[in-house]
Design a protein around this ligand. Sequence first.
Ligand SMILES: Nc1ncnc2c1ncn2[C@@H]1O[C@H](COP(=O)(O)OP(=O)(O)O)[C@@H](O)[C@H]1O
Ligand SMILES: [Mg+2]
Length: 344
Amino acid sequence: MSQQQPALLDVRDFSLEFRTRSGTVRALEAINFQVHKGEIIGLVGESGSGKSVLSYAMLGISDRAAKVTSGSAVFGGMDLLQADERSLANLRGREISMIFQSPRTALNPIRPVGLQIQDVLRRHAAVSSTQGADLSKSLKDRAVQALREVAIADPERRAHAYPFEMSGGMCQRVMIALALACRPGLLIADEPTTGLDVTTQAAVMDLITGLARERQMATVFITHDLALAADYCDRIVVMHAGHAVESAPTAALFARPQHPYTARLMSSTPGERSTIASLAPVPGNLPDLKRNDLPACRFAERCDRATDRCRNERPVLNPGLPHSVACWHPLQAEAVTEPEPAHV
Ligand SMILES: Nc1ncnc2c1ncn2[C@@H]1O[C@H](COP(=O)(O)OP(=O)(O)O)[C@@H](O)[C@H]1O
Ligand SMILES: [Mg+2]
């Protein structure tokens, strides 16, 4: 994937906190994150590291407790962090789509799935050149076609089915059909296969990544499962406690992990990628993001390489480098350029 082209989505210095009664949760800090056309990216980290918050921010922040304290997230010339609700609503489902973990709760239980797909197509006027009976026929055809594209057998009949008449894997396919009906340029899939059995998981992953490649659709695939990301993604961005700590092409990341946290995630199973366990437990816990005295590098307290510099000066990813690490004492330091000093 060419890093020279301007990014489809360019997130710079993005910080977000939740101001709650019990304190301020510093959920994201100084995130640099780029997505290029056609690229499949794995956003990987332990539960609570900020993966979902980062991705939901790309669709518009609805939680009133959430405050953006710095940065920008530019998509198609528009800063998503500043955009009004109307512009965001226009974008959602049409240019940026999302697939969630639990399709059953995301689907309307009392509407046939074919009609739910028609609703999305109509909302975004994806069939605007036709009217009346033609429009209704065209919507119906497009919905059936969308089901066919996600490899649902007998889509004409299935279009009339309700979600409860379908298996979990089938519901996830319907969700994918809904998300992709308007051919978005960017798909965000948040743990799309968690809760599915292994065979269904592989089928769903093959489906999403196959369609992504075919359509040159950028895909951000969120997971706590490093092995799964390794099998399907071109590039992996590792998150820890609200920081993006390493970003690299998948092969380079596994060949030369540079952040001590990334290395720890991999350490339990050296060797073949496919045998890597789901995130190996890393000693220590994520720091409490409500603390006022968080170290500048939030991994410092779990890291045996940490120095005063790590506690006091925040390292961030350099968006200009294909393999970039936010660490003052990276592994294999000879191969690394210094991280950028943080904006103050
Ligand atoms: N609405 C909210 N109010 C307060 N804190 C939140 C809210 N949503 C998420 N958080 C906090 O933000 C952090 C990141 O959460 P999340 O993005 O869901 O993690 P992940 O998806 O990586 O498991 C967590 O500490 C979580 O408790
Ligand atoms: Mg999450």
